[in-house]
Design a protein. Sequence first.
Length: 242
Amino acid sequence: MSFFEIKKISKRFGGVKAVTDVSFTVQEGEIFGLIGPNGSGKTTLFNLISGFYKPNAGSIHFQGNRIDGKEPHQINRLGVARTFQVVKPLKRMTVLDNVMVGAFATATGPKEAKAIACETLDFCRLDHRRKNLAGELTIGDRKRLEITRALATKPALILLDETFAGLNHAEQDDSIKLIGRIRDSGVTIIIVEHIMKVIMNISDKVHAINFGETMAEGTPSKVVSHPEVVRAYLGEPYDHHA
């Protein structure tokens, strides 16, 4: 049985087909990249996986459980967490309190939630900001807070939605290291990202979609060399040495 599997998933909004017959499998411990042009259906897929949308057809399975149709909090408690493309921290609360909100997904009380939050802040190298108000953070630290809060729910699978957008080169390098540590800690990752350096460096497998349909899947080098991916998304062949 696969760790995570999407089978022929489809989602329509009225007459608009957002996702059509998409299928893929993610193995435990894998970093699985999801790429495609803006509007291709990547975030819709994340919304389907995390329960914000219900599919019109197909199924989603996680660790032997069928999760499509479940509510977001139920899916989170089964071990699936996500970040959002537009980060929305609780600005008037401290960084620690923001992460405690995530920790309450599994914690039995405030003491345990604080312990989980502190441990996760340390793991994500954000402990030095714990007393800051979330609204005071830079975009880089807000992105890191979003990941930290999701990790505090103790997931087995985390969905990362454009967590590198807006980061400078040094912050990108730090975030690549963080994602490596997350995987090494035993968490499986599905990542949506437009920065190809990131996708090429960290992904074990890549799935490319356009207009809600699969274009290609395979190793990063295989997918970025696929003629349809080059034509619809990259514009020109990806330079691995750039």
